[in-house]
Ligand binder design. Structure first.
Ligand SMILES: CC(=O)SCCNC(=O)CCNC(=O)[C@H](O)C(C)(C)COP(=O)(O)OP(=O)(O)OC[C@H]1O[C@@H](n2cnc3c(N)ncnc32)[C@H](O)[C@@H]1OP(=O)(O)O
Length: 407
């Protein structure tokens, strides 16, 4: 790079400087438990540093995790901790880091896709990351909504406690569910520590985090994580229950957990930032408008190995289509690919046949989880449907991708 700045792999010795950089760029100093949790998941071998004469001027890391995609669980590089020092911004450091990182992932040959949450949605499409899932943020006036179904019979039992004490049941339930929940990432012990880290200086006036596990006749069938921000006005109690996660194996568990969360005494609002676009709660209450929903973006997907990624997921209808893909950054992905498959599996190979649909790798990434329709992208003029052979239906999925965490 210009100015003698070089991109190099990080080391564990770089962690304090990386942590300091992330504190500066995200306007939040990482200390104590939050920093320890970040260090526990740090993968030095997959971290890249923009080094300016010994100063860590920029950084990114690829975490080695799995992601559930339609019909499969795949290794996926989870990109995070991206930052460039304010003194070095807009000089191409991020561009150099992103290019090197994508080449490294492609050469590694283990992961066909990379995923991330964007701090600003404008940053990543230029590097081939497409907005693949959305989320609903809920701000629920809980005293004004009632569940339209009666309580489950026989009733399950709720066990409330500290998340760390209930972790083995929570993790077991999560592992059973996540393999079919598109958009969910796996969590080993380090990631549970990261997800559950609850330092007091990040609570913003709320209680510590609580957990509740739902037990059915055969054992745990779901759990919820939340905290409460207390509040009083001249009208009386006005607390806000801030729900972090609700995971349920069956409808009765889901209803019971939401009935519990919506009914916590002295609260007047229940907020939940990681709702699915097709969150069942919307169909469970008598006054859905009082759920106060707002649409936002969630996971961005980058196909690093286009044929590998397309062959690895399943399709909800038979598909036999030729896609013409543009990918200036990873030219091995560019060109025409014949995708053949359906609900049972798929294959994808290079072809000289004429294309049915032409798109950028960014738009293909957006469609990959089944949460963004290729037909809608075509209506927006981003994707070009060249023949009547439209793969939109096949690329969809029976439920929208959802998210359990921002990593
Ligand atoms: C997965 C995650 O970790 S998301 C977190 C991302 N990090 C942050 O938001 C922390 C605060 N921001 C930063 O640290 C930096 O501004 C970064 C990392 C976003 C960008 O780093 P830079 O080195 O300035 O980016 P770089 O110079 O390579 O810019 C590349 C292009 O993206 C554009 N760009 C980069 N960041 C932004 C932004 N935040 N908003 C708008 N455009 C942006 C640049 O204008 C440039 O466009 P151009 O090529 O048309 O001129």
């Amino acid at each position: 790079m210009d100015d003698g700045i070089r991109v190099r792999p990080g080391t564990i010795e770089d962690f304090p400087a990386i942590s300091e950089l992330l504190g500066v760029v995200f306007h939040e100093n990482l200390e104590g438990a939050a920093r320890a949790a970040e260090e526990a998941v740090f993968e030095p071998a997959r971290s890249l540093v923009a080094d300016d004469g010994g100063l860590v001027a920029g950084h990114t890391v690829a975490y080695s995790r799995e992601l559930t995609v339609p019909g499969a669980v795949l290794p996926a590089a989870h990109i995070s901790c991206v930052g460039v020092r304010p003194t070095h911004r807009r000089r191409g450091l991020l561009t150099a880091l992103m290019h090197r990182q994508l080449r490294d992932i492609a050469e590694g040959g283990r992961e066909a896709l990379a995923v991330l949450w964007a701090s600003e949605t404008t940053i990543y499409p230029r590097f081939g990351y497409g907005p693949a899932s959305s989320r609903l943020k809920f701000s629920i006036m809980n005293r004004e909504v009632r569940l339209t179904v009666p309580p489950a019979e026989p009733a399950g039992r709720l066990r409330m406690g500290d998340p760390a004490e209930l972790l083995s049941d929570i993790a077991k339930t999560f592992d059973q569910l996540r393999v079919t929940r598109v958009g969910w990432s796996d969590r080993d012990d380090r990631w549970w520590r990261y997800v559950l880290a609850d330092p007091w200086d990040r609570r913003d006036g709320t209680t510590r985090r609580y957990a509740v596990v739902h037990d059915g006749p055969g054992g745990p069938t779901g759990y919820a994580l939340w905290r409460v921000k207390r509040g009083w006005t001249h009208h009386g109690p006005d607390a806000e229950v801030q729900v972090r996660e609700v995971a349920a194996a069956d409808p009765a568990t889901y209803q019971t957990l939401w009935r519990f969360l919506l009914g916590i005494d002295l609260s007047r609002t229940v907020s939940f930032d990681l709702g699915a676009v097709d969150e069942p709660l919307r169909h469970l209450v008598d006054e859905p408008r009082r759920l106060g929903t707002m649409l936002s973006d969630a996971l961005f997907v980058r196909l690093v190995d286009v044929p590998g990624a397309l062959a690895a997921r399943r399709y909800q209808a038979p598909v036999d289509v030729v896609l013409e893909v543009e990918d200036p950054l990873l030219p091995a992905n560019a060109g025409r690919w014949r995708l053949t498959g359906g609900p049972g599996g798929a294959s994808c190979a290079r072809t000289g046949d004429p294309a049915d649909l032409a798109c950028s790798v960014t738009d293909l990434g957006a469609a990959y989880l089944g949460g963004t329709s290729l037909g809608v992208l075509a209506a927006a003029g981003r994707v070009r449907q060249l023949t009547a052979n439209d793969p939109s239906l096949a690329f969809g999925w029976h439920h929208a991708p959802s998210a359990t965490e921002v990593f």
